[in-house]
Design a protein around this ligand. Structure first.
Ligand SMILES: [Zn+2]
Length: 363
């Protein structure tokens, strides 16, 4: 969901994920995604040092070009963070092993075939939005795209719709590396993309209804629906909100990725001001209570993970002060769970001070 700011000529694909699993090169070379006015969201060396001392670097976002931290140190920290225990069902584990074995002997064709089979099988555990027909895919329906970066998991590509208007599996592509994660993650990713399928189906139906001679091209028609703030805000939040149902079954590292996606799109949705007449896909007021209900029902470890992911997302999105405060107060128990971490609290205090947010405005 953190694609480039370039406005491509073709409709922008929607992605399942944040860029939080980016490689080390990305981690040290990327500047924060949103700086706010005059770069006031910029996180500098001091913050990085604090995070390293605390043993935790929020992956991929905070390290700037001017960071004094050496690549090797950062690499070590990030690798330690990425050890994700595999806790999958044995049938999924054996599918994964079979793919890995085929890949290792250079038989990519067989590895891809087995991967398509595994993803198609996982789709039986996905949730289908009411607005689209539930159509289970065959392995041949699953399109793998090695060009879909591993951190994006999957894409919904609206430019494919005119050629296959009713066959939505043709609109989706998956990274072959999806097999490396848990089966629950695949189910969650498919569920996420099916929300985008429903969103694009509604847009396509509206386009089909327009029979006027001056009807624009599909690409042109899509443009207002592809506005970056809209796509990264409510459209993405509607898709990410589905991950709450899968969180308990994800591996810890996958939970972090899912939570960052959820909270980043939540922050972007709070900040989003729709143009007059636009019906938003979902509001923060709808999703906030669901997040809090889940939070109240979960254990200490997950609460801490949620708190940490919320602060990460605030730093990642870098919203204006009013949005920052609105998110902290709306999700106050989650924010407090993150703030309770003594190692990271100084970082958050720095951030709040930089924003001019006093304790009385949210705690
Ligand atoms: Zn998405």
């Amino acid at each position: 969901m953190s694609a480039s700011t370039d406005r491509p000529r073709v409709p922008r694909p929607r992605r399942a994920d944040t860029t939080s699993a980016a490689g080390i090169g990305d981690a040290v070379s990327r500047v924060p995604l949103a700086h706010g006015d005059g770069g006031r969201q910029r996180i500098g060396n001091q913050t990085v040092q604090l995070l390293l001392r605390a043993g935790r670097v929020p992956t991929g976002v905070l390290l700037e070009h001017r960071s004094a931290v050496g690549n090797r140190v950062v690499l070590g920290v990030l690798q330690a963070q990425r050890r994700t225990p595999a806790a999958s069902a044995s049938s999924w584990a054996s599918r994964r092993t079979a793919v890995r074995t085929a890949r290792a002997r250079g038989d990519d064709r067989e590895a891809d075939r087995l991967t398509r089979q595994a993803i198609a099988a996982a789709a039986t555990g996905a949730t289908y939005p009411a607005a689209i027909p539930r159509r289970l895919p065959t392995p041949d329906d699953i399109l793998l795209d090695p060009m879909t970066k591993a951190d994006a998991h999957a894409q919904t590509r609206p430019k494919e719709i005119p050629a296959h208007p009713t066959d939505y599996w043709r609109w989706l592509s998956f990274t072959p590396q999806l097999i490396a994660g848990s089966e629950a993650q695949v189910q969650s990713v498919i569920t996420h993309e099916l929300v985008h399928v429903a969103q694009f189906t509604a847009i396509w139906n509206a386009y089909e209804k327009d029979t006027s001679p001056g009807r624009p091209s599909w690409d042109e028609f899509l443009k207002p629906h592809q506005a970056r703030r809209r796509v990264e805000g409510p459209e993405e939040l509607q898709a990410h909100a589905t991950s709450l149902d899968f969180l308990d079954r994800l591996a810890p590292g996958e939970q972090v990725v899912a939570l960052r996606g959820l909270f980043s799109s939540f922050v972007a949705t709070v900040a989003y001001v729709p143009p007059a007449g636009e019906a938003v896909a979902i509001t923060a007021a709808e999703v906030g209570p669901k997040i809090l209900t889940y939070f109240r029902g979960t254990g200490t470890t997950m609460r801490q993970r949620m708190g940490s992911a919320l602060w990460w997302s605030l730093m990642d999105v870098g919203p204006a002060k009013a949005t920052f405060v609105a998110v902290l107060t709306t999700l106050r128990p989650v924010a407090l769970a993150g703030y309770a971490d003594p190692a990271l609290r100084p970082v958050y205090d720095d951030l709040l001070a930089a924003e001019g947010i006093g304790r009385t405005s949210w705690r």
